[in-house]
Ligand binder design. Structure first.
Ligand code: OSB
Ligand code: MG
Length: 371
């Protein structure tokens, strides 16, 4: 039996983050993205979220490239091909190179719809094995050391299981040493978003004395060779983010020993099915993984939570609660973290209900495609 998707909707939303978020590549506060919706013959609604930003600073995709690729290629492929299972979507999209975030936005809605039709949670549909997940938090670059220490202390008191800080040249070793001196026992890590090169190796080696859980993506966004050289000369585990777009990339990085940990983001790898392949590969190779975030609303966050229930997600992810990001989220109830733990919802699909009034209020454009 084919999967009776009757309609796909693309809703373009604009929302403002509660606080600006600063990384080595810039500051974000206005969020523009798509909520995708797949509707079946009984009126079930599956939801996905696109995670590209307006500018191509993290990877090459943007809100506009997502728009173009979804409308002019991916939705056509869905119209022309039979979908028997959400796992088919990965193959159906294969003629389109890369554009992972555009693919993931549509595939995510189909996974949610599939789980809702079966009346099971998305976690169950993916083979998840836990009812609770550990939550970590990612703190952007702060205006001052004092601001940073206050933020960390607030989130440690909230119970977050690990604290990630963004670093860049000039805001790294000294800052982290100061943080470590105030928080001797807190699991901390640093994310460079590709701000360094091998020329910075001496500065990066100094981080070894700070007992970081890992350093995330220190070198170029598309590199796995220099990362292998760096990993061979530092003790701190390297975690790759930007460099991994597929299970094949992960396989090569593991073979080269470019990293000991992988941050899996559904958007960056082209969808949940590819994320599951990476999960399986890392399970075989004993590589710890965790689920990254892209400042999502509750829809994308719910997908991340479901994925994080798979057994190889052994480390806390960037899965903070909705109130960190939004005055009002588009799901109800909003995503909450209690003492560093998220209880995985037990309702079908993503498990959080869409707040249609909020969704409507943030929508600036909508297009409907019949299947
Ligand atoms: O590198 O993980 C990253 C946010 C935007 C772009 C890239 C990254 C991040 C984060 C925030 O670290 C994760 C989150 O809280 O959603
Ligand atoms: Mg990162």
């Amino acid at each position: 039996m084919t999967f009776p998707i009757m309609q796909i909707k693309l809703k373009r939303l604009k929302m403002t983050l509660k606080n600006p978020f600063t990384t080595s590549f810039g500051t974000m506060q206005e969020k523009e993205f798509f909520i995708t919706e797949a509707i079946d013959d009984s009126g079930n609604r599956g939801f996905g979220e696109s995670v590209a930003f307006p500018a191509p600073w993290y990877t090459e995709e943007t809100v506009e490239t997502n728009n173009h690729i979804m409308k002019d290629f991916l939705i056509k492929l869905l119209q022309e091909n039979d979908i028997r299972h959400p796992e088919d979507v990965r193959k159906i999209f294969q003629p389109v190179k890369r554009n992972s975030m555009a693919k993931a936005a549509l595939e995510g809605a189909i996974w949610d719809l599939y789980a809702k039709r079966k009346n099971i949670t998305l976690s169950e549909a993916l083979g998840g094995t836990t009812a609770q997940i550990d939550a970590g938090i990612s703190i952007g670059i702060q205006p001052s050391m004092n601001d940073l220490l206050q933020k960390i202390s607030h989130h440690v008191n909230q119970g977050y299981k690990r604290i990630k800080m963004k670093i860049k040249p000039g805001w790294d070793y000294e800052m982290l040493r100061e943080v470590r001196s105030h928080f001797p026992d807190t699991p901390i890590m640093a994310d460079a978003n590709s701000a360094y090169t091998l020329e910075d190796i001496d500065q990066l080696k100094k981080l070894d004395e700070l007992d970081l859980m890992m350093i995330e993506q220190p070198l170029a966004h598309d590199d796995i060779v220099d990362h292998a050289k760096l990993q061979a000369s530092i003790r701190t585990p390297i975690c790759l983010d930007e460099s991994i777009h597929s299970a094949e990339d992960a396989q090569k990085a593991i073979e080269l020993e470019s990293c000991r940990i992988i941050n899996v983001k559904i958007g960056r790898v082209g969808g949940i099915t590819e994320a599951k392949l990476i999960h399986g590969l890392c399970r075989e190779n004993n590589i710890d993984i965790w689920c990254g975030g892209m400042l999502e609303t509750g829809v994308g966050r719910a997908h991340n939570i479901a994925l994080s229930t798979l057994p190889q997600f052994t480390l806390p992810g960037d899965t903070a609660g909705s109130p960190l990001y939004w005055k009002k989220d588009i799901v109800k109830p909003e995503v909450t973290v209690n003492n560093g733990i998220i209880t995985v919802p037990d309702k079908p699909g993503i498990g959080y209900e869409i707040d249609d009034a909020a969704l409507e209020a943030f929508t600036v454009n909508e297009e409907v495609f019949d299947m």
